[in-house]
Design a protein around this ligand. Structure first.
Ligand code: RIB
Ligand code: CA
Length: 317
């Protein structure tokens, strides 16, 4: 029996965040130590309330919710993505207000540092929103870069276009400076970007099969999905939804379902390409902006069918 792996999910719920959190909590091999929240899909007030509303919907009374950054490191926050995730950030599906306030008065960055240093070599950080909290945690205590078991983040687009601008994927676009710090920290990091999450597409048949499961997590996905599907239909004529965030959880559970390549990644922070994740597998000794950059594992391939099967199996529990 493999050891139970502690993870912290740093999240901006968010409809696809809800699916990811539900799958992680259903996985017996994972200990979800906390949900740390960050602005992004919505304001920090809403994303923090939504983290609790998700736990309430799942009947989870133990997992701490720890409030994090209300905005990017150095720039003003963008408007909430209500066109994508609804006015309440969870698809306006009528979920009741949170049953309790955040359980931990520390901020998310301090909680990340304390948890990682209390359990050196054990904790995996799963970031499925803007990377502000992780950048702040590195600033608070750089030693977490060598104490963490690993970082798996949903975000970026190495070989495909962005989903907010032609260059930028949403989580990176929301805080490019934080992302460039996180990609440069030298910790073991896996980037689950649009290169693979655009392949993990839940179509109508899959969604209908989940609706038949009758579990709290399947009901949460079924209730929140319509708003997300409507966004995909209106923008791309698709009858379904990209399962971005849960792909990061799938990588934690089954990294064998992903093909990765070690690459140096930098993030553009200025102008119309801000949020672009520029990746190369070549060393660039001629330019100090690149020469000292650590390698990260960039996911370029995925067994999308197997990931969707894993997700549905966990939603059925
Ligand atoms: O680009 C997709 C990412 O942006 C997901 O994390 C989604 O929740 C939004 O935050
Ligand atoms: Ca998210």
């Amino acid at each position: 029996m493999s050891a139970i792996r502690p993870i912290i999910i740093d999240t901006d719920p968010g409809i696809d965040d809800a699916m990811a959190i539900a799958v992680a909590l259903a996985a017996p091999e994972l200990e979800v130590v906390a949900l740390t929240t960050v602005f992004g899909n919505h304001s920090i007030e809403v994303t923090t309330a939504n983290a609790q509303r998700i736990l309430d919907a799942l009947g989870d009374v133990d997992t701490p919710v720890v409030r994090g950054a209300s905005g990017p490191l150095v720039r003003a926050p963008h408007d909430p993505a209500t066109l994508v995730h609804g006015d309440d950030g969870l698809g306006d599906a009528g979920h009741p207000p949170p049953s309790r306030p955040p359980l931990d008065r520390r901020n998310a960055a301090q909680h990340l540092v304390d948890t990682v240093l209390d359990r050196p070599g054990s904790v995996t950080l799963v970031a499925i929103g803007p990377l502000t909290n992780l950048a702040l945690a590195l600033h608070l205590e750089p030693a977490i870069a060598t104490a963490v078991a690993g970082v798996v983040m949903m975000g970026g687009a190495a070989t495909v276009a962005g989903n907010v601008t032609p260059a930028a994927e949403a989580n990176i676009w929301n805080d490019p400076e934080a992302a460039d710090i996180v990609f440069g920290a030298g910790w073991p990091l896996t980037m689950i970007g649009l290169d693979v999450t655009h392949q993990v597409f839940a179509g109508r048949a899959w969604l209908d099969s989940v609706a038949q499961l009758g579990t709290p997590s399947a009901d949460l996905v079924t209730a929140t999905a319509p708003a997300y599907v409507r966004f995909h239909t209106e923008t791309d004529g698709l009858d379904g939804m990209h399962c971005h965030d849960v792909a990061a959880i799938a990588d934690v559970l089954r990294p064998d379902l992903f093909e990765t390549e070690p690459m140096h990644v930098r993030v553009a922070t200025q102008g119309f390409a801000a949020g672009d994740t520029i990746a190369t597998n070549r060393r660039v000794p001629s330019d100090e902006n690149w020469d000292a950059r650590p390698l990260v594992d960039v996911a370029l391939g995925v067994d999308a069918g197997a990931v969707l099967g894993l997700v549905r199996d966990h939603l059925a529990r």
